[in-house]
Write a new protein. Structure first.
Length: 465
């Protein structure tokens, strides 16, 4: 199977699994926002966000390293898996020793045990899942994603609707889902046959740590970029406003979801093709062009429909979330392109570059949040997030091609970005003829990018014959 066909096949499999499961979450958003008040939803989001901030620290970044090293054709997969679990055990032990420090934060005192369980279950599930993805079992990886989401939804309904457990039930459902999914992966992939104490390698441990450790601050930087606005919105505007702002993220998550589905398949293909230097450049160029077209068309369409989607997916108490969505959708589009460029760092094992460029966005995001939120409220937070991702995108457009020289299609990218920003401004500022202007801008973006998508499909069909 050639690499284009392999990329397409893996994307479809992962897409069916991931998108199907995430679609259930979106369809149940009206129920979630009905079961939880805006304040409760804001608290629940802060708890899960804090846990997500701690996850890379507790696993010493190994969930990133295990995929990169196990995906190499010549790697000793037993050594990679066994050594990764040993590093996870060390990180978990240190995390448990330090976890009582969370009690010093009054806001989380009643939920510390939930945060700890969330972190531990998420890390164990992530390491097993990333190993399964690395050994080229996309179907099993997709199934475990569906199972995880289905279990989370099931326990959400049980804990929230049946038992009325509120914030605790919302978080506990994720924990239980992760634990059951981990057991499923261990059984289906027979992971007990892969782990061997004798396979734990000091050399492998050093290589994994050298690659994975810079990924910890990188992940933390991205989490701070995503979460600092929520903490500051809570501080300056209150929990209720943060609940509405957190709900506004759900629509832009569609762009992030589509991007992440593709990235899961693309990362494997990128690593597999990295040994062919010239072929790698051509492969990157063709894929990047199609990826840009898909992201910009999708983001523009969602901006146009932001009000409609808000009324369909969210409870009426959250309707004002629509005014933050266009800006957050621009941020999501920039984030998707940033993630594509990060693949270059992963393939070349230059994780420090990933950290340094991510840090630019984090510093800018925090500074802009402090400047804009007191003046513009939650909209200021959305603008800060968008600007932060735009800065990282510029940095990576300069840096990444030095490692793999592929075409960036800069004129097309810049025109798309300007048109997308204009569409977001029109929808947010609500001038006369808002929908007409937004529609015209969306059609312009579609006209610019549709030929590239059609060309990609033609090449794919030609290569599949």
């Amino acid at each position: 199977m050639n690499r284009y066909k392999k990329l397409f096949s893996d994307t479809v499999i992962l897409g069916l699994g991931t998108f199907g499961s995430k679609l259930l979450v979106f369809l149940l958003m009206p129920l979630y926002t009905a079961w939880l008040s805006t304040s409760e939803y804001g608290i629940a989001e802060l708890i899960t966000s804090t846990a997500n901030l701690l996850i890379p620290l507790a696993c010493v970044g190994i969930s990133n390293g295990i995929f990169r090293f196990a995906a190499e054709r010549e790697s000793d997969q037993k050594a990679v898996f066994s050594t990764s679990l040993a590093l996870l055990a060390i990180g978990t032990g240190i995390f448990l020793l330090l976890s009582p420090l969370l009690l010093l934060i009054d806001y989380f005192t009643a939920y510390v045990w939930l945060i700890v369980l969330y972190v531990l279950s998420a890390n164990l599930q992530a390491v097993c899942a990333q190993y399964v993805r690395a050994i080229d079992r996309p179907r099993l990886f997709a199934v475990q994603g569906i199972l995880n989401t289905a279990l989370t939804i099931l326990f959400n309904v049980l804990f929230l609707a049946a038992f009325d457990m509120g914030v605790m039930g919302y978080v506990l459902s994720v924990i239980v889902g992760n634990l059951i999914t981990t057991v499923f992966l261990v059984v289906c992939a027979k992971l007990w046959r892969v782990f061997r104490l004798s396979s734990i390698s000091r050399r492998m441990m050093k290589e994994l740590m050298w690659f994975s450790l810079p990924m910890i601050p990188t992940t933390v930087c991205w989490l701070i970029t995503d979460l600092s606005d929520r903490y500051m919105v809570t501080y300056f505007c209150g929990e209720a406003v943060n609940g509405v702002y957190s709900a506004a993220y759900k629509i832009p998550t569609i762009v992030t979801l589509v991007s992440s589905i593709f990235m899961q398949a693309w990362q494997f293909s990128a690593v597999a093709s990295s040994s062919d230097e010239e072929g790698c450049k051509s492969f990157y160029s063709e894929v990047f062009r199609g990826f840009l077209s898909l992201i910009f068309i999708g983001a523009a369409g969602l901006i146009l429909l932001s009000r409609v989607l808000t009324s369909l997916l969210l409870n009426s108490a959250y309707f004002e979330a629509w005014q933050y969505m266009p800006t957050l959708l621009c941020a999501a589009a920039f984030e998707a392109i940033v993630s594509f460029l990060a693949t270059v760092y992963m393939v070349r094992k230059k994780s420090m570059h990933s950290f340094l460029t991510a840090m630019i966005g984090t510093v800018a995001n925090v500074a802009l949040n402090l400047l804009l939120i007191p003046v513009y409220g939650a909209l200021g937070a959305a603008i800060a997030t968008m600007a932060a991702y735009a800065l990282v995108l510029i940095a990576r457009l300069i840096d990444a091609p030095r490692m793999i020289r592929f075409r960036l299609y800069l004129p097309r990218l810049c025109v798309n970005a300007v048109l997308l920003l204009a569409a977001a401004a029109v929808m947010t500022l609500d001038p006369p003829g808002r929908l007409l202007w937004a529609l015209l801008l969306t059609l312009a973006i579609t006209a610019i990018n549709a030929p590239a998508l059609l060309s990609a499909l033609k090449r794919l069909v030609a290569r599949r014959k």
